[in-house]
Write a protein that binds this ligand. Structure first.
Ligand SMILES: O=C(O)CCC(=O)C(=O)O
Length: 393
């Protein structure tokens, strides 16, 4: 759609700083208009070597049937943990089916994504994410970065295993009319919490540290839920919906709608993971990679967009409680397997990714280096005999 005199440009100058030499203009990604534009603003055009392949081959990841495990069958638990372990040693991605989450709840969560993102921009901006914060509404990352911008809008909010903060968030920040949104996402997050603690049992079994170790570690988790909305783009071969990154969090449970767009970097190639309504895509994040002493992989992934259909995904990011020290269990550390990363708190890593570093495939190494350089006096002493900085897959 060509812009007309009466329709303002989708990238609106929000404000200008009165610098002596140069003006700085902040942009807004107004998806409702941009989705039909035949050319896209340069800030959304990715460099040649990062441009997407829209026809990536399928990545064969295991489908873990959780039914037996969830009903207490010990053999099913050991089989599921074996498959989970194999996937996590290789790339850290697998899918779960028969997970016990009501499909009506998943459908409702997707419907509310549509409802929220089709609101006029000023309404969505009631929840505008502030600089340095990890929660709120973000129309692309125009306020934070000036290049390689993602073609998406997101709404992120906190989930706490101890308080109904999701419900409160919608009412307090967006308004009383959004109470039902809050109720649905509160319930959805509670189910994600339950599922992720179950998966923590499988991860504990597959790492040989027992069923309860990681479950207990994440019992009082302080997690993040993100709603992703990718509008159509008339130049999908030039941009990315979500740029390549490893999740800094511990475990991600993703539900994608039927459109498709998730890609994972495995064996030096981008591969896609096609949607399946009855499955959740699960992946290890950097914090769990540190908890496993580098054994289980946090893998680079991204999302591509298309020219005809908006895509939605629901991402629950399990994170430790704020006071927790991230340190692998003693069984995973010995002479042959020295410590790979220093102790850290999740809040320090979150702060690093919000204020100092744009998450990519090297976040954990960069963070470890930064921790050691900038605050060695404050980091709890960890006796290690090897360099922290491992070479990443
Ligand atoms: O939408 C997707 O498929 C991926 C989303 C993602 O990687 C993220 O939200 O961090």
């Amino acid at each position: 759609m060509d812009r007309t005199a009466s329709s303002p440009p989708p990238l609106l100058p929000l404000g200008e700083s009165k610098g002596e030499e140069k003006k700085q203009t902040q942009l807004v990604f107004d998806a409702i208009r941009l989705r039909n534009e035949s050319s896209i603003p340069s800030q959304f055009i990715w460099p040649e070597d990062e441009k997407p392949s829209l026809d990536a081959e399928e990545l064969q990841v295991p489908f873990i049937d959780l039914q037996g495990f969830l009903s207490g069958d010990a053999f099913a638990a050991s089989e599921a943990s074996r498959l989970v372990g194999e996937a996590c040693l290789r790339h850290g991605f697998f899918q779960v089916v028969n997970h016990g989450i009501d499909p009506r709840l998943i459908a409702a969560a997707h419907n509310y994504v549509d409802a929220f993102f089709s609101l006029p921009l000023p309404e969505k901006q009631r929840a505008q994410r502030k600089p340095g914060e990890s929660c709120g509404y973000a129309s692309s990352f125009t306020g934070r970065f000036t290049s390689k911008l993602p073609w998406k809008e997101t709404l992120s909010f906190r989930y706490s295993a101890s308080q109904p903060v999701v419900e409160d968030y919608f009412v307090d920040v967006i308004g009383d009319d959004f109470r039902q949104f809050g109720e649905v996402y509160q319930e959805y997050c509670e189910e994600m919490n339950r599922l992720s603690l179950g998966i923590m049992e499988l991860l504990g079994l597959s790492l040989g540290v027992g069923r309860t170790h990681f479950r207990e570690f994440f019992q009082g988790n302080d997690s993040i839920m993100r709603l992703n909305y990718y509008p159509p783009c008339q130049k999908p071969d030039l941009t990315l919906g979500t740029g390549p990154h490893c999740d800094p969090t511990s475990l991600t449970i993703l539900h994608q709608d039927q459109v498709g767009g998730l890609q994972v970097f495995v064996d030096s190639e981008w591969r896609s993971i096609s949607p399946r309504t009855d499955a959740f895509v699960v992946n290890i994040g950097d914090t769990f990679m540190a908890l496993s002493n580098g054994k289980f992989k946090s893998c680079l992934h991204r999302a591509v967009v298309n020219c005809s259909t908006a895509r939605k995904s629901l991402a629950f990011f399990l994170c430790p409680g704020v006071e927790k020290v991230v340190r692998p269990p003693t069984q995973l550390v010995d002479k042959e397997n020295p410590r790979q990363y220093p102790d850290f708190s999740w809040s320090a890593l979150l702060d690093f990714t919000q204020k100092h570093y744009r998450a990519d495939m090297n976040t954990l190494d960069a963070f470890s280096k930064w921790l050691l350089q900038s605050s060695s006096a404050q980091v709890p002493h960890v006796p290690i005999k090897s360099p922290f900085l491992s070479s990443r897959p």
